[in-house]
Design a protein around this ligand. Structure first.
Ligand code: ZN
Length: 198
């Protein structure tokens, strides 16, 4: 496949490794990047490098942040005893946009999926269990309502139950298979308010 320069082929190959980017889209993006002003292309490249260099996992909730502790974990006004467990930082962002949740979060960075070979040790569950040794009143499980999300919710609730900490699951106002990040704020709030005991 040497119609293009080796450099472009390499760029297409890198882009096509991104999720949701097929060969055709990768090609289109590569040619788009080639048509960009040099300065803009440089900025794109350096944003990737800088983000990789500076962004880290929050020591407490595991979300991606620029400092040791994320702004939510640092915020003394947030209820540190109420922890909402989500799959991805985007889900945290979705709930933050509602502006109504006053607790803190825990980001798993994935969900348990026996089919994909993703087990409990592959997500940030150990870190959650460590947090629960502190003073925690409630864990709200807000994983997606996909098969993986439900499997993860059941697994976590079984782990937490013996500790006596209250475990709840957001209501199924969230459509089945729906990713939290794509759901409107009213539905998210309703799901939170209608949460049930596990
Ligand atoms: Zn945090």
């Amino acid at each position: 496949m040497d119609y293009y320069s080796g450099y472009i082929n390499k760029l297409i190959e890198q882009l096509s490794r991104l999720p949701g980017i097929g060969a055709k889209t990768a090609q289109r993006l590569a040619f788009h990047i080639m048509s960009m002003p040099a300065e803009q292309a440089k900025q794109l490249a350096s944003s990737i490098t800088e983000a990789k260099e500076h962004v880290q996992y929050c020591k407490c909730c595991q979300t991606l942040t620029d400092s040791e502790l994320c702004p939510i974990c640092r915020d003394a006004k947030r209820n540190q005893k109420q922890i909402m467990v989500v799959e991805h930082p985007q889900d945290l962002a979705a709930y933050e946009k509602t502006g109504r949740y006053e607790g803190v979060y825990h980001v798993l960075h994935g969900a348990i999926s026996p089919m994909l070979g993703i087990g409990p040790d592959d997500i940030r569950l150990k870190e959650l269990m460590q947090r629960l040794q502190g003073d925690v009143d409630e864990v709200i499980i807000a994983t997606n309502s996909s098969l993986e999300g439900e499997t993860t919710a059941m697994y976590i609730s079984k782990l937490i139950k013996p500790t006596g900490i209250r475990v709840t699951r957001i209501a199924s106002g969230v459509p089945v298979g729906g990713d939290l990040e794509n759901i409107d704020e009213v539905t998210l709030l309703r799901a939170l308010e209608g949460r049930t005991e596990l």
